[in-house]
Design a protein around this ligand. Structure first.
Ligand SMILES: Cc1ncc(C[n+]2csc(CCOP(=O)(O)OP(=O)(O)O)c2C)c(N)n1
Ligand SMILES: [Mg+2]
Length: 362
């Protein structure tokens, strides 16, 4: 099955959309975001090694095309629920690298005020509703937000990003079933990187390809080359259009690969070097660099300049995280629960709906 998955990954790479479909600035931004995430993750690994980051750290390197492609297709008023490998999603959504780095350091200036750490990046202003460490738990939460959007008569969509490891959880099936029964505006994006910790997907998930599981619930689903940023953007964009129109949920499986171990504590004894080397030849950043240079969107000098500015941005993110204070001990009970008086319904961007409409929409 792994061979089938790799073949389909290469097939869709050949039929990827032409870069000319997008304005030049958008193409450059897709590349820059992927490069920013890669450099961020390299630096995070270094900081972990130096003891600046405590606890778990799961790196996203290798999967950048999936996160950047998918999130670039969203509107700013859509919602994202992610898993614990979410630094890349947070940065793709526009959360500043320094706020993500400070969160990794456990600092007060972090996206979650240092309370969440690597696995719980949250930014309400970006409708980035958190990374979740309980595998599959983000899926019912995204359904809840999708239900709220529907009842409010808004055309925002909730997106749940999950790993292949989530597809055998009860929450996965409960969420798909509920989303289909209630025709919720939710998009499920499965990042199939072939492993859940040290277990290959074939040893964990029975049956055919993952995306076909959604068919059982009558949810339209598709598979895409998750190493190709334009293909992901197009696939997720097409699925989103349907969800937004009121056609109910959709499911996209992106075939991708993590270049690093599951977490920083992983000796990687479960996969061989040839497999890793094969996937490295599909590096989404190198591939997209060659797409944009062949299309004469960017030259080598311009790519080097982007790299240099990213280097400065990441260095500044580390400096900011380093110099920021830890939360004061007496403030630890703060920001744990929502303040009902000020938080609930305080989202100014949410279109208000008349109660009558809300009832009809539900
Ligand atoms: C409900 C639940 N069961 C088990 C775990 C332990 N666990 C942490 S990560 C992980 C693997 C998840 O793999 P996947 O969803 O493929 O995500 P990836 O790490 O590949 O991004 C498991 C089983 C957990 N966190 N939650
Ligand atoms: Mg996985």
């Amino acid at each position: 099955m792994a061979a089938t998955r790799q073949r389909s990954s290469q097939r869709s790479a050949q039929s990827r959309p032409l870069p000319g479909k997008l304005p030049k600035d958008d193409l450059v931004e897709l590349l820059r975001r992927m490069m920013l995430i890669r450099r961020f993750e390299q630096k995070a690994a270094e900081m972990y090694g130096r003891g600046r980051i405590k606890g778990f750290l799961h790196l996203y390197s290798g999967q950048e095309a999936t996160g950047v492609g998918a999130i670039s297709a969203l509107r700013s008023d859509d919602y994202i629920y992610s898993h614990y490998r979410e630094h890349g999603h947070a940065i793709a959504r526009g959360i500043e690298p320094r706020a993500v780095m400070a969160e990794l350091f456990g600092k007060e200036t972090g996206a979650s005020r240092g309370r969440g750490g690597s696995m719980h990046i949250f930014d309400r202003s970006k409708r980035f509703m958190g990374g979740y460490a309980i595998v599959g738990s983000q899926m019912p939460l995204a359904c809840g937000t999708a239900l709220a959007c529907k009842r409010l008569g808004s055309d925002s969509v909730a997106v749940a990003i999950l790993g292949d490891g989530a597809v055998n959880e009860g929450a996965f099936h409960e969420a798909l079933n509920l989303a289909a029964i209630w025709q919720l505006p939710v998009l499920f994006l499965c990042e199939n990187n072939l492993y859940g910790m040290g277990t290959h997907v074939e040893r964990a998930a029975a049956g055919a390809e993952i995306y076909r599981r959604a068919e059982v619930y009558g949810i339209p689903s598709r598979q895409v080359d998750g190493m190709d940023v334009l293909a992901v953007r197009e696939s997720v964009g097409a699925a989103l259009d349907k969800v937004r129109k009121g056609d109910g949920p959709a499911f996209v499986e992106a075939l991708t690969y993590r270049f690093r171990g599951h977490s920083m504590a992983d000796p990687e004894l479960y996969r061989n070097k040839d497999e890793v080397a094969h996937w490295r030849t599909l590096d989404p950043i190198e591939r997209f660099k060659s797409v944009v240079t062949r299309a004469r969107v960017l030259g080598k000098k311009q790519i080097d300049a982007i790299e240099e500015s990213i280097e400065r941005e990441i260095d500044e993110a580390v400096r900011y995280a380093d110099e920021s204070p830890f939360p004061a001990a007496e403030s630890l009970p703060e920001h744990v629960y929502a303040d009902a008086a000020t938080d609930v319904g305080a989202d100014a961007a949410e279109p208000a709906a008349a109660p009558e409409q809300s009832r009809k929409a539900a």
